[in-house]
Design a protein around this ligand. Structure first.
Ligand SMILES: [Zn+2]
Length: 362
């Protein structure tokens, strides 16, 4: 543990640029620079970076052709053109400012740095504190506050530029289904995508358990939808499926699509998690990673819009990676609905076991 190294990808632009042009409380305005600024402010206040086990990393500087690994030239040029005009809207919620193209490009570079530093053994684990998020972004279209698909682009970079052909598992704990990531790797047996998400919300039309992948990728797209209002008591039930599958799949790298919009205070998620869930999640996934892939995990920030919760949730993950303790914060000791969601979650679990039995020893 003394030699442990955790890379944190940071860049001040993420904490200052691409301010939404709308007044609050419009949905899109939640994806703003304060999300990163508040985390960095907190880390500075507690002198986190005095811990020599934490290594500050910068996003890789990339050329446009790297973005083309994941997105069409037309779409890339559209974002560039709208950014040069200074404003625009993709769909009904993806805002464009003069900074959007450069910041979204930098976010891809941040995700690449996080995965690259782990597979090259520069660090044991990494966390990319980047924005805008990426898991909804499609090859030809931004969606759900996402411009470019940071995780998909980073994986395609590993494949094309670094000739890394080993198996990768993505675990997505954002409140919403990562339809973008799912579409990139739906037929790909070398990328397993496991998403736990709230299923009766905006993205609820996709992300059902029977979307299992296609062709050689069958059984390697796994959706674990949970009901609204899930709490710390039952959130981690999905490990009953995830744990045996990861041990059987034996990935060489685990990427976490680290969204924090299941936090109880999140303005756009309807879940009731506290920082304890993110700490416990990390302990569980680290134990599996230590056993199957020498602990290689890269966390990539996705959603999460509670400016109160974000610093503590990210810190809780870092504490778990450092094998430190974490207790629920005093302001998180609230009375949530005491109606357990366990019964509904058990139904999903049993359905998934039935659906996945042909592909995994569950
Ligand atoms: Zn989300």
């Amino acid at each position: 543990m003394e030699n442990k190294k955790i890379g944190i990808v940071i860049d001040n632009d993420f904490a200052s640029k691409n301010n939404p042009p709308y007044p609050r409380p419009i949905f899109a305005s939640y994806e703003n620079p304060n999300r990163i600024k508040i985390i960095l402010n907190y880390f500075e206040k507690i002198n986190l970076f005095e811990d020599k086990r934490l290594i500050k990393l910068s996003p890789l500087i990339i050329e446009d052709k790297i973005i083309e690994l994941a997105h069409s030239r037309y779409y890339i040029d559209s974002i560039k053109r709208l950014s040069s005009l200074g404003s625009g809207l993709i769909g009904d919620e993806v805002f464009i400012t003069k900074d959007t193209f450069n910041l979204a490009k930098k976010a891809i570079g941040g995700a690449i740095r996080a995965v690259e530093s782990v597979i090259k053994n520069d660090v044991n684990q990494s966390f990319a504190l980047i924005r805008p998020p990426g898991h909804h972004a499609l090859r030809e279209m931004g969606s759900g506050l996402c411009i470019f698909n940071n995780i998909a682009n980073a994986i395609l970079y590993l494949r094309e530029e670094l000739k890394y052909d080993k198996k990768i598992a993505i675990v997505d704990i954002d409140d919403h289904f990562g339809d973008g990531i799912a579409q990139y790797f739906y037929c790909n047996p070398n990328v397993l995508y496991f998403s736990v998400h709230e299923f009766d919300f905006v993205e609820g039309e996709l992300g059902f358990p029977d979307e299992l992948g296609e062709g050689e990728g069958l059984g390697k797209n796994i959706n674990f939808p949970v009901p609204a209002g899930v709490s710390d008591n039952e959130f981690l039930e999905f490990f009953d499926i995830l744990d045996p599958i990861l041990r059987e799949y034996q990935p060489d790298l685990i990427i976490i699509a680290a969204g924090f919009d299941m936090y109880f205070d999140d303005p756009i998620g309807n879940s009731n998690l506290t920082s304890i869930s993110y700490f416990n999640f990390t302990e569980r996934i680290l134990k599996i990673a230590d056993e199957v892939c020498e602990g290689k995990i890269a966390f990539i920030l996705e959603g999460g819009y509670s400016l109160i919760g974000l610093p503590f949730c990210v810190h809780a993950i870092i504490k778990a990676l450092l094998n430190e303790k974490h207790e629920r914060l005093s302001f998180e000791n609230l009375e949530f609905s005491n109606k357990s969601k366990r019964e509904e979650i058990n139904k999903i679990k049993n359905l998934l076991i039935t659906l996945l039995m042909d592909y995994w020893s569950l």
